[in-house]
Design a protein around this ligand. Structure first.
Ligand code: CLF
Ligand code: SF4
Length: 315
């Protein structure tokens, strides 16, 4: 390599290191190496997470979402069972014996974590019993401004908010009806409320020192031509990392085509102009246990308590 090439290579490496160290720290641990979903760069970090399926209820009706109880599907919103916060403690204890590489206790459904009180109750219990685990919550954000103080008090350290659009004209066709403060909202009015609450919730959480990631489901012909705008808005609100999940066509979007790999790559490049992009997402089930993409221990842990198959109603 010529001297100038070596210098350029070193500059690029230094820039990447700077971005990684900006992702955030939890109790002195760099999330880049301690949390599987905050590992930016070319390689995953081989840390594990346990998802605790304590939250079955939801307060919105994403038009691609089909929550289900079964043992076979590998996608978000699916679990083999719903457990109580107390049962979650025993599940974590067993999982850590089988998979000590687990560093994160996450709650990602199968519904929304703030629509019912069980996720926050579980985090409080986990914080007492397993203080070394990073507490990670995923939410649609509708109730985040209302519940931010409780989320902070429960010790949540990393938070994912799913923001599928920042324009109500398109979001209204993605988020469906929502139940908010005893009222049913839909159309532009509902979408505006969801966007406002998500951005306000991200601001509150980030200001409190929680590291915020945003997930966006990439939906052709709805949000695919303005992913950069979404990334910019959530970065300005305080999010530090961004994950684009290609649409898995289900429910009222079952007839849509998912985006191609090229379209997904293009959306990631669009987002990367504003925010660091995470590229190792494994579209985890709500009861996944282990390193994302590696061996899953859920069958071993839940062997004796698989519930009958069912689908949740959107009604
Ligand atoms: Fe779970 Fe999500 Fe926390 Fe990770 S998953 S709540 S941030 S601990 Fe990770 Fe799985 Fe992708 Fe989610 S690979 S689906 S981004
Ligand atoms: Fe499904 Fe949307 Fe509710 Fe998540 S927020 S459980 S994707 S309807």
């Amino acid at each position: 390599m010529m001297v100038n090439e070596v210098k350029a290579f070193r500059d690029r490496a230094a820039e990447k290191d700077a971005v990684r160290s900006e992702i955030g720290f939890v109790r002195g641990r760099n999330l880049q190496s301690a949390h599987p979903c905050f590992a930016v760069g070319g390689k995953p970090n081989n840390k594990g997470r346990i998802h605790l399926p304590v939250s079955s209820g939801c307060n919105i009706e994403c038009q691609f979402c089909d929550r289900a109880v079964n043992r076979t599907e590998k996608r978000p919103g699916v679990t083999g069972q719903v457990i109580s916060p107390e049962e979650a403690l025993e599940v974590v204890r067993q999982a850590l014996e089988l998979a000590p590489e687990i560093t994160v206790a996450g709650i990602a459904g199968p519904g929304d974590t703030l629509a019912t009180p069980y996720a926050l109750e579980t985090f409080r219990l986990i914080g007492e019993a397993f203080p070394h685990l990073i507490k990670c919550m995923s939410t649609n954000g509708l109730l985040l401004p209302d519940k931010a103080d409780e989320v902070i008090a429960a010790g949540v350290e990393t938070l994912t908010v799913t923001v599928n659009d920042i324009y109500p004209e398109t979001l209204q066709y993605i988020c469906g009806r929502m139940h908010y403060h005893g009222k049913i909202m839909s159309g532009i009015e509902g979408a505006e409320k969801l966007i406002a609450n998500q951005l306000e919730g991200i601001r509150k959480a980030a200001e409190a020192g929680i590291t915020v990631k945003v997930n966006t489901v990439l939906i052709p012909e709805l949000n695919d031509d303005h992913i950069g705008d979404i990334a910019k808005a959530v970065a300005e609100a305080g999010a530090q990392i961004y994950n684009i999940i290609p649409l898995m066509p289900q429910y009222n979007m079952a007839d849509l085509l998912p985006p191609s790999c090229n379209e997904t790559d293009e959306a990631r490049r669009d987002a990367e102009r504003y925010i660091t992009v995470f590229r190792h997402c494994q579209h985890c089930r709500a009861d996944a246990i282990g390193v994302p993409g590696g061996k899953d221990y859920r069958e071993q842990i839940y062997r004796n308590r698989i519930e009958p198959e069912m689908r949740f109603s959107h009604g």
